[in-house]
Design a protein around this ligand. Structure first.
Ligand SMILES: [Zn+2]
Length: 331
């Protein structure tokens, strides 16, 4: 993967290219953003370009450095690993500090890519700081992080911080059609769930559990329309049995019910099937569009968002679902 073939993130790509062109490459970068947003892809393209023997703003793909890089065999690009849930001071000493003292084997730069860098504990960051403060000319660090607030100010101040933003819906859908080869209905569906994140879209596409959860959510949404109080409590019991105390699954169910309501609302307002995301759940969407009003659907969506926030803040599942379903049943 080269810089030019990466989807989106154009400001970051431009920054990288211009710093290479003007010989102003910094020693340390942070690529920050959620899992799947493209941090590693960017970091790899950056590292490959930096060490390309042609020295251009785009890796040539032919030189020894590029070829060994593509084979994951470039001795001067090091991926820092960690065995436990944190990156410890030993990880930093063994893999970064000691290694940095040795000159690059063949290439201009010795590049350390640090996935999960936000998991460096304070001691590890302090150990890393020494390398960061006085790096040799050849030392480059690319930190991948899901939360840059975890870095010490002293670390942060020495890095160029790139925040990776979600991609537009159409960009994700086009990518899924053109690069992943899925049809446009499926592409619309998964782009809708992607939150602007191609990695997330691909992960969901490959997940049988996600398909099962979507079916469960659609069934629940349809049942809720006609449920009386007794049935409503049955639905809650069924959901609790289904999620087995995994709140992440419940969150995904709620997200899916939200998406069905969203589609029903769009259908009421526009009558345009092409705008619907849940292309494989159209009968449920039409049924709800028939039975619920637009204003009620808006309130329901707000109630679901509210419930998801409370769920993340450790709210009680039974109480949250009761409150939510009462609101959904409100005329
Ligand atoms: Zn090259």
């Amino acid at each position: 993967m080269d810089l030019d073939s990466i989807v989106g993130h154009s400001e970051i790509k431009e920054h990288i290219k211009s710093s290479i062109k003007n010989n102003r490459v910094n020693h340390a970068y942070i690529f920050d953003g959620p899992d799947g947003i493209g941090k590693m892809t960017l970091a790899r393209a950056f590292a490959k370009t930096l060490n390309c023997e042609e020295g251009g703003t785009e890796a040539c793909g032919r030189c020894t450095s590029c070829r060994t890089f593509d084979e994951d065999n470039n001795p001067d690009v090091i991926y820092v690993t960690h065995k436990s849930s944190v990156i410890s001071v030993d990880d930093v000493r063994d893999q970064i500090v000691k290694n940095l003292a040795l000159k690059p084997y063949k290439n201009r730069y010795k590049i350390f890519v640090i996935p999960d860098a936000h998991k460096m504990n304070e001691a590890a960051q302090n150990a890393f700081l020494k390398s960061l403060e006085e790096p040799p000319d050849y030392g480059i660090f690319i930190l991948l992080s899901e939360n840059y607030n975890n870095f010490l100010v002293t670390v942060l101040s020495r890095c160029i911080l790139f925040k990776l933003k979600p991609l537009p819906y159409d960009t994700v859908a086009d990518h899924l059609i053109n690069k992943e080869g899925i049809d446009s209905e499926q592409a619309r569906l998964y782009a809708g769930y992607s939150m602007g994140n191609i990695g997330r879209a691909k992960m969901l596409m490959d997940s049988p559990q996600f398909r099962d959860i979507r079916d469960k959510a659609a069934k629940t949404a349809a049942e809720l329309e006609s449920a009386d109080m007794t049935k409503l409590y049955d639905i809650i019991d069924e959901i609790k049995a289904y999620i087995k105390e995994d709140k992440q699954i419940l969150d995904t169910i709620l997200e899916n019910i939200y998406m069905i309501y969203r589609d029903a609302l769009v259908y009421i307002k526009t009558g345009d099937e092409q705008r619907l995301i849940q292309s494989d759940k159209l009968s449920d969407v039409f049924f709800i569009a028939d039975t619920a009003s637009g204003s009620s659907l808006i309130k329901r969506c707000e109630a679901i968002e509210d419930t998801r926030v409370k769920l993340r803040n450790n709210g009680n599942v039974q109480l949250l679902l009761e409150t939510l379903f009462f609101k959904i049943k409100e005329k």
